[in-house]
Ligand binder design. Structure first.
Ligand code: 4AD
Ligand code: MG
Length: 472
């Protein structure tokens, strides 16, 4: 049985003046200060953003039972301790309780000459270089607890609505988004590749007997699930080898993709809006002390922005309307806007932050800038795609109603030169019992940018992967 109590729980205890409670804590030292009579040690075990203050009386002539100076010397920022003592009401400012130490064991020292997290307020750039230690800072404690809370709330949302969590593969033979930004998976000897008679690489000799990649999306397999179980969702890592060094792109990121049979685009939009509101309200109801820390430290408008999302109905416009608004705006953009171009983050943020001042869902994009599987509109020019745009972030969700008609889908696959030898199993859903269906993909780290108020996506995942970086 565990004999220690976590700091989050200790800080909830309310004590009368003079009342004591024997406790054991196990945690890392954040700071130590004091004088030759007493040391104040701030401990944090990651269960909450607040520290627990430990008071250790030093050995003096008047207090022969106090702690040795030698022991205190081993207690520095970063060290790990087990402290037994009495939890008492605190006389000091900033905490309601503290621990009067009676016995301290140093589990692990941290050399003050070498431990990199000595002071407060390290830059986020510096912390990225020590991603193996940054979970020990207040900021990353908050971010990682919020990340957990959002994953939990995500499962809760779908589970409560009867969705089945479908585990789609990470290794795949097909390129769902057709953007050709995939990492290859192989066991072939790169120094000595087997060749066919024609001189091509012989993937028949590779592990799976064909060329395989890391998935960019679980959608295609998700659709197979929806065509049997009605409502499914995926949640897992996805990989994109796009060489974009932006604060919104990672090479490995987590995506959540619900896929629903019998949902039209409007139902898809309703679900996406309810989902984002559920996640936001979960954070506000359950994670206030972490949100408050992020609000005070990084973004004074964070909590207000989260509260606002719950109160507004997302604006729903078509791509054509969005282009009209942007062209009429008179704003200067780095990328000029014309019907047919892909909207850039500057355009998306103009619509959300300047024009509508709330989240915007754009639908009915030109077919040439969207993936092959989107349902084609009767105009022959647009498809039933939808992007959800958020303040500060831009695109947070991308989705669509899917083309359920076999012939139309097949024609699009041919037009877009997608090798149909890889697509027969996907097309089988349209051959056998096809049905209207829709779905979307939420970029989990983009959501976390919104929830935490952080501005760089590398700071909302424990171990970010981006070009030239996969150290930790
Ligand atoms: O818009 P995307 O490419 O859509 C799909 O992959 C569809 N298969 C989803 C579906 O309909 N089931 O990606 C979905 C979301 C984007 O809106 C964005 O939030 C996020 O994934 N995303 C990324 N996040 C971090 N780094 C990247 N490189 C990302 N690329 C996309
Ligand atoms: Mg997209």
């Amino acid at each position: 049985m565990l004999t220690h109590t976590e700091i989050k729980d200790l800080l909830q205890v309310s004590l009368q003046e003079g009342e004591k409670k024997e406790v054991t804590v196990k945690a890392w030292v954040r700071t130590k200060r004091g004088n030759k009579y007493v040391a104040f040690i701030a401990l944090n075990d990651g269960t909450c953003v607040q520290n627990l203050q430990v008071v250790a009386d030093l050995k003096t002539e008047e207090n022969p039972g106090g702690f040795d100076e030698e022991l205190l010397k081993r207690i520095n920022t970063g060290a790990c301790l087990r402290v037994k003592g009495d939890l008492v009401k605190s006389m000091g400012k900033g905490q309601t309780v503290e621990v009067q130490a009676r016995d301290i064991e140093v589990y692990g020292e941290a050399d003050p000459e070498k431990y990199p997290l000595q002071k407060k307020g390290h830059s986020l750039e510096f912390l990225r270089e020590i991603a193996h230690l940054r979970p020990r800072t207040n900021t990353f404690g908050c971010v990682l607890r919020l990340r957990h809370a959002m994953a939990y709330a995500l499962h809760q949302f779908y589970h409560d609505r009867g969705f089945v969590y479908l585990h789609t593969p990470i290794i795949t033979g097909s390129d769902c988004e057709g953007a050709g930004e995939m990492f290859q998976v192989t066991t072939l000897d790169l120094e000595n590749l087997p060749r066919t008679k024609e001189g091509c690489i012989d993937y028949g000799k590779d592990f799976f007997g064909k060329s395989t990649k890391l998935t960019v999306s679980g959608q295609l397999e998700g659709e197979l699930g929806a065509m049997a179980l009605s409502k499914i969702y995926t949640f897992g890592p996805t990989f994109r080898a796009e060489n974009s060094n932006t604060p919104r792109h990672l090479a490995e990121f987590w995506m959540n993709e619900p896929e629903m049979a019998f949902y039209e685009i409007e139902d898809n939009m309703d679900l996406a809006e309810a989902f984002l509101k559920h996640l936001t309200s979960y954070a506000l109801e359950n994670c206030m002390s972490d949100l408050q820390f992020m609000n005070d430290t990084y973004d004074k408008e964070l909590i207000g922005r989260l509260e606002n999302i719950l109160k507004t109905n997302f604006e729903r416009i078509t791509y054509t309307q969005a282009v009209d608004v942007l062209k009429a705006s008179g704003a200067k953009f780095d990328y000029p806007v014309e019907w047919g171009v892909d909207l850039q983050s500057e355009h998306e943020r103009y619509l959300v932050e300047k024009h509508y001042k709330k989240p915007v869902i754009i639908t009915d994009y030109p077919k040439d800038i969207k993936a092959f599987y989107m349902k084609q509109n009767a105009d022959g020019k647009t498809v039933r795609g939808m992007d959800v745009l958020f303040p500060q972030i831009g695109e947070i969700i991308g989705g669509s109603q899917r083309e359920e008609d076999f012939d139309k889908l097949q024609r699009r696959i041919t037009e877009m030169h997608i090798p149909d030898k890889d697509m027969w199993w996907y097309l089988d859903t349209r051959r056998f019992g096809t049905a209207p269906h829709s779905g979307f993909g939420l970029g989990f780290e983009r959501l976390l940018l919104f929830i935490t108020g952080m501005t760089n996506i590398r700071d909302v995942i424990p171990f970010p992967r981006y070009p030239q970086t996969a150290e930790f």
